[in-house]
Design a protein around this ligand. Structure first.
Ligand code: 5RP
Length: 237
């Protein structure tokens, strides 16, 4: 049984540490989800002390929270190069391949990660895994969800169209698309599978992030503190 308050403490530790990596004048990618929220909370405190940054949000949620935190915002079109992006993840493997998209924000998150000089992933310990095996959120064109579900079944997946909570019917993303959550079991070659899923016509963005690992740092937190992981260092699992 996972202790919710220990998880929240781990997220806070990781988020605060990531926010402390931000330097004055930086353009900062702001990911979506509960762990990045803590990074924004800490950035808000640093801004009150004089830090000047420009945030590039990855979703409506990130933009709403950033505004509430007093973080000045701009768009990726205004700032096509980002100094440092802070984001969460649903799973992280030892090579820093990720599954993302629980919050249906993976398309803008992937664009921001691509534009970033460095990507800092903030996570609690429960996100670390030796092999990616969680469901992969796949943002898809609404006009093609039926053939996509059939195709994902044909390649061995178990696809489920994501339904809204407090909204009847499918989740519609910030970009106006639908989301299919697809289980595949353990993924033996995430990079090859990322390419395979991403190249299916009608797929907008799959939640596998496998091309950013060289510029990725992972900060993993628990109630006792946090560790900054590098790809060639120790993986605490
Ligand atoms: C949203 C994401 C999130 O970054 C991911 O789900 C982690 O969220 P949290 O920090 O709340 O656990 O990919 O699309």
């Amino acid at each position: 049984m996972v202790d919710a308050s220990a998880l929240a403490a781990g997220k806070r530790e990781a988020g605060y540490r990531a926010a402390d990596m931000v330097a004055d004048g930086m353009v900062v990618g702001l990911g979506t989800g509960s762990t990045v929220f803590y990074a924004m909370e800490r950035l808000a405190a640093r801004i009150r002390e004089g830090l000047r940054i420009t945030g590039i949000p990855t979703s409506y949620q990130a933009a709403i929270r950033a505004r509430a935190c007093g973080i000045p915002l701009a768009t990726l079109n205004d700032y096509p190069v980002i100094d440092l992006a802070i984001d969460g993840a649903d799973q992280v493997d030892p090579g820093f391949a990720l599954i993302k998209g629980r919050g249906a924000a993976q398309t803008q998150e992937k664009c921001v990660a691509f534009a970033a000089r460095s990507l800092v992933i903030v996570a609690d310990l429960s996100k670390l895994t030796r092999q990616l095996d969680a469901v992969v959120p796949i943002e898809v064109l609404a006009s093609a969800y039926v053939p996509l579900i059939r195709h994902l079944e044909a390649i061995g997946g178990v696809p489920v169209l994501r339904e809204g909570i407090k909204k009847d019917g499918p989740v519609i993303t910030d970009n106006g698309n639908m989301v299919i959550d697809c289980g595949f079991g353990p993924i033996s070659d995430p990079a090859a599978f990322d390419i395979r899923l991403s190249s299916i016509p009608g797929v907008v963005t799959c939640g596998l992030f496998t091309t950013f690992s060289e510029k990725t740092t992972v900060i993993v937190g628990d109630s006792g503190g946090c560790q900054v992981l590098s790809r060639d260092g120790q993986f605490p699992l």
